[in-house]
Design a protein around this ligand. Structure first.
Ligand code: C2E
Ligand code: CA
Ligand code: CA
Ligand code: CA
Length: 279
């Protein structure tokens, strides 16, 4: 089916052939990257209103031998299409769990939660729950310190199946956040049927929150919705103190964004945490 698709593309538009080859190169490079351990996780702090670091979002980067640090927007979609997201997603989970385990005896870091992004294809795979459990157990990580960030695209399929998967992990203590909330195409009905813990306000609404009344209205709506459903809410992409003030004034009490810190490699992140702890 895949080959047929490619042939069809070439037949209708020869100019796309180069594109197809370029994609095939990147795809091949990604498999090599996985084998040669070229992926790394950076971590971005998630911060409470009083400045306490609540947790960290793990964000994958590709440390390419020639191109340097490649951001996920340049390879995640392709990894989803070619199936690499399954082993890559598994690696991300294992690396995050190993980090949790490494911090387990640390006076401050042991209470941190790590949020891991899960793509729809990964979540919908039949081995997903077993894979998460295996990653936790293999590392010896506390499941209550793991949060999984799902997007609406993971939830709009078979709601009973989705809910059963989430419940299976919830029973062990794993948390769930709904990422990029408001940018999807689903109904709100699933929100009350799924065992979510937190909504993430997408940064596309935060960016212009002070100047665009529509974005401000959507952000407010999400905060009120979360409150009414008994969910926590976190705003992402917070870059200025003014944005944080506006969000705080509307009842949002957790933030993530460059105002606090960009995503950092682990050593720089630990420096950031230590500097905060001694303040
Ligand atoms: P996301 O999950 O929405 O992650 C937030 C993105 O916003 C990150 O981009 C982060 O670096 C960026 N960001 C954080 N604070 C700010 C800010 O104040 N301003 C602006 N302009 N941007 C900010 P990043 O790291 O490039 O990741 C892009 C996307 O790639 C992520 O969006 C997520 O969808 C995907 N991704 C990253 N890591 C993984 C992973 O391990 N698995 C999967 N499936 N997807 C991943
Ligand atoms: Ca995310
Ligand atoms: Ca997001
Ligand atoms: Ca996003």
């Amino acid at each position: 089916a895949k080959l047929g698709g490619r042939n069809a593309v070439c037949f209708f538009d020869p100019s796309m052939q180069a594109d197809v080859h370029a994609r095939a190169d990147v795809e091949a490079g990604l498999w090599v990257a996985l084998e040669q351990r070229q992926f790394v996780l950076h971590y971005q702090p998630q911060v409470a209103a009083d400045g306490t670091v609540l947790g960290l979002e793990a964000l994958v980067r590709w440390h390419h031998p020639v191109r340097g640090l490649v951001p996920p927007d340049e390879f995640i979609a392709l990894a989803e299409e070619c199936g690499l997201i399954l082993p890559l997603g598994r690696w991300v989970l294992e690396a995050a769990c190993a980090q949790l385990a490494a911090w387990a005896d640390h006076p401050q870091r042991s209470r941190l939660v790590i949020s891991v992004n899960v793509s729809a294809r990964q979540f919908l795979h039949e081995d997903f729950v077993a894979g998460v459990v295996a990653a936790l157990e293999h590392a010896g990580a506390d499941p209550r310190r793991l949060d999984l960030e799902l997007t609406e695209s993971s939830l709009v399929t078979d709601i009973d199946k989705v809910s059963a998967k989430m419940e299976a992990l919830k029973a062990r203590g794993v948390g769930f956040s709904l990422d990029d909330f408001g940018t999807g195409y689903s109904s709100l009905a699933y929100l009350k049927r799924l065992p979510l813990d937190q909504l993430k306000i997408d940064r596309s609404f935060v960016r212009d929150i002070l100047v665009d009344p529509n974005d401000a209205a959507i952000a407010r709506m999400i905060i009120v919705l979360a409150e009414n459903l008994g969910l926590r809410v976190i705003a992402e992409g917070v870059e200025t103190a003014e944005q944080r003030e506006f969000l705080a004034g509307n009842g949002c009490s957790a933030y993530q964004g460059y105002l606090f810190s960009a995503p950092r490699p682990i050593a720089a992140l630990e420096d950031f945490l230590d500097a905060r702890a001694t303040q």
